[in-house]
Design a protein around this ligand. Structure first.
Ligand SMILES: [Zn+2]
Length: 192
């Protein structure tokens, strides 16, 4: 057990509660509670990946962290989702002017990880990242309207997204009401 208000040792910008918070779980009365091994995986992910990203880019929002099996099932996540092991998080940069693309590129070039997925960057998207000791093969994948979890290279991503999209920072995205609406709809969808 962990106290949800406590900061994570070695990743003090994050509290345990940020990894288990889920509107769906609250609404459905699902107790989204990791076991000891899952907490350890969450701590590792926070320390090795999320805190370095936080140090580099400022505030980071965890839009989906741990999911118990029932929660994962209810939101249509993949059967073997790494979110269920506490090894994965979906994140968005919150600071003005910081783009999803530059965070993704920095993670790819500077950190150890198993998979990062660029999810719906053409719209108000997010980054999925997972970390596993002994399995950090640095796989880069793409998911949007036209690509369903395809393995890609960074070069491919740079060419795919026009510069405008790469510079499409949080504040710019939020200034358009369409994107705000899409953001609400998006939260009903979940990456695998
Ligand atoms: Zn995810």
């Amino acid at each position: 057990m962990r106290n949800l208000q406590d900061k994570i040792p070695g990743a003090s910008s994050f509290k345990y509660g940020e990894f288990v918070r889920s509107e769906v779980a609250t609404r459905l009365g699902i107790k989204n509670e990791p076991d000891e091994k899952q907490w350890q995986n969450i701590e590792l992910l926070a320390r090795e990946v999320l805190q370095p990203v936080r140090n580099k880019f400022g505030r980071i929002k965890i839009t989906s962290g741990f999911r118990c099996e029932e929660l994962n099932k209810r939101i249509g996540g993949s059967e073997f989702s790494n979110h269920c092991r506490g090894e994965a998080a979906d994140i968005e940069p919150m600071e003005k002017g910081v783009t999803l693309f530059e965070v993704l590129e920095w993670i790819y070039e500077n950190l150890e990880f198993r998979t990062v997925i660029a999810e719906f960057f053409t719209r108000d998207g997010w980054i999925h990242i997972d970390y596993r000791v002994g399995g950090n093969i640095k796989r880069l994948r793409l998911r949007d309207e036209k690509h369903k979890y395809e393995d890609v290279t960074m070069k491919f991503l740079k060419e795919l997204y026009p510069r405008k999209t790469q510079n499409n920072s949080k504040s710019e995205r939020c200034s358009r009401s369409y994107w705000r609406l899409f953001g609400c709809l998006k939260r009903l969808e979940i990456c695998k």
